[in-house]
Design a protein around this ligand. Structure first.
Ligand code: ACM
Length: 511
């Protein structure tokens, strides 16, 4: 018998072999938030409006779906037991119960129109505490509603961190009281001259609240000291002139647009040409304002300060800057996160988290830079670009997406890698988690997001949540390929992907 279609694969799932539980006629009882969420999902999926038993006991035993918080040792974990007489779910905490509910919705979906849950027992504990998705709202701005939709998609697959890439050469996307000119002057456009935009502080609070309601923590990123051309539209005295390299010229040749010019919005795809002025104290007053204000409006523990592709910043200056900016984050009571390049800075604040965006097989010393975070007491977030950069094309003829990360990224490539095997010396103890990234050079709206996200986000979810690849027969590409087949009908019922279930998996065609 093939494994029940649950993605990400639970840590333990045993088919107990009895008759299934029929949803028709069942009653929901227990934790109010979990009951509400499961009722919503089952209705969307099966059309059934299951009644809720407030605890009067009027409903006969044995026909209940009972959802409660129990005494389980691991955060976010749960136990599910299903037989013909009932469904009993215990979550360690509200998040664990929420994830168990997502599992039940998938099981209900997999049974299709039969409206049944198979008899089984599931024990589920996430492998990694940090399971992230990143949305770039800088290259193309995406509004609060789109971010809320992104949150819903990710949370349904048990992701618990939302990394927002809030600034880049093309735009600054958050209004800050300390530096009002950023939103006023640096957020007007996107790539290709498309409309820009920014979040007000209220918008940001709405996003934080929407994320929290789905058990997700917001990780804001201000990308420094490169990727800062837009800062120069507001505060020109803080920025160096663009450094026009052969790579910048080649990108302009291949993708169009103009070369970056000081004081003019940049709407092309080139990277690595901008830098803050590293030896100017005004830069650190700016960083202290931005980091300080973001720290006050962000309840989560992490602030991401970039550090990638600072090709216009001399190496010594880069090291000095990353040392100072991570110290500023720590002084605000937050844990700094940076892209892996910052591992080259010897004075990086101890405990800084390194986010690896190299390939599944590291090149050019990226693994060494990543290990440097561990040597300083930090841990690692894995975002291998040739596997889980979801902005890569899924098929050669896709109009959306890029190909710089080793060409087309099929569903199989997104799935078939093992976190503990990417960086020698960086195993489960050193890995904080796994994060899928969606950069938005080619992504204008939610339909574009969905087209790139599904189904590959499910592969990333399995790397982040499930036991190591190969640890069981089910934690394999062959099993995932079968299990993920059941999900598009759920995604369609939830309004994800805005397209027919069939076409979602068809996209994976050119493996
Ligand atoms: C990155 O993709 N430049 C982090």
């Amino acid at each position: 018998m093939s494994a029940p279609s649950v993605v990400p694969l639970p840590s333990s799932m045993t088919a107990t072999g009895g008759a299934p539980f029929r949803l028709d006629g069942a009653v929901l009882t227990g934790d109010e938030a979990a009951v509400t969420e499961l009722r919503r999902l089952l209705h969307l999926r099966t059309g059934l409006h299951l009644p809720v038993d407030p605890g009067s006991g009027a409903v006969p035993e044995g026909r209940r779906i009972d959802l409660r918080i129990g005494a389980l040792p691991d955060p976010e974990s749960s136990v599910i037991a299903i037989d013909a007489d009932g469904v009993w779910v215990e979550g360690a905490d509200p998040a664990g119960l929420f994830y168990a509910v997502q599992t039940l919705a998938q099981l209900a979906t997999a049974s299709g129109s039969r409206g049944e849950l198979p008899a089984l027992r599931i024990q589920d504990v996430p492998r990694f505490a940090y399971r992230g998705v990143m949305l770039d709202v800088a290259r193309h701005f995406h509004d609060v509603r789109t971010v809320e939709a992104f949150i819903e998609r990710a949370a349904s697959l048990k992701f618990n961190h939302l990394h927002l890439h809030l600034s880049d050469d093309q735009g600054w996307r958050i209004a800050l009281d300390t530096r009002p000119l950023l939103a006023e002057r640096a957020s007007g456009t996107s790539i290709g001259g498309d409309p820009g935009g920014h979040f007000s502080r209220d918008d940001y609070q709405r996003i934080v609240a929407a994320a929290a309601a789905r058990h997700m923590v917001v990780v804001p990123e201000i990308d420094l000291p490169g990727h800062t051309h837009a800062v120069g539209l507001a505060y020109p005295e803080l920025c160096e002139d663009p450094v026009i390299t052969d790579e910048v010229r080649a990108t302009v040749r291949d993708f169009g647009g103009d070369l970056p010019r000081p004081g003019e919005p940049y709407t092309g795809l080139a990277v690595g040409f901008s830098s803050l002025r590293i030896r100017d104290e005004g830069t650190y007053a700016f960083v202290a304002d931005v980091v300080g204000e973001l720290a006050t409006i962000t309840p989560g523990p992490y602030l991401h300060v970039g550090g990638d592709e600072a090709l216009g910043t001399p190496a010594d200056d880069f090291a000095l800057f990353m040392e100072r900016v991570t110290a500023i984050v720590v002084a605000q009571g937050k844990t700094p996160v940076t892209w892996h390049e910052a591992g080259a800075a010897p004075g990086l604040a101890p405990g800084t988290i390194g986010q690896y965006w190299g390939f599944v097989e590291p090149i050019e010393g990226m693994d060494e830079k990543t290990r440097a975070f561990v040597a300083r007491g930090g841990r690692v977030i894995l975002s291998p670009a040739d596997a889980i950069y979801l902005d890569m094309k899924f098929a050669a003829d896709s109009p959306l997406g890029l190909t710089w990360a080793r060409g087309v990224t099929t569903l199989e490539r997104a799935y078939d890698w093992e976190p503990a095997e990417v960086i020698p010396g960086v195993g489960d103890e050193q890995i904080l988690g796994v994060e899928a990234a969606l950069w938005t050079e080619t992504v204008r709206d939610l339909a574009d997001i969905d087209a790139l996200l599904f189904p590959r986000i499910a592969a990333a979810a399995e790397a982040a949540w499930s036991p190591p690849r190969g640890s069981t027969p089910e934690r394999s590409w062959a099993s995932f390929r079968e299990r993920v087949e059941a999900l598009p009908s759920l995604w369609a019922a939830l309004g994800f992907a805005g397209t027919s279930p069939d076409s979602i998996l068809d996209r994976e065609g050119t493996a």
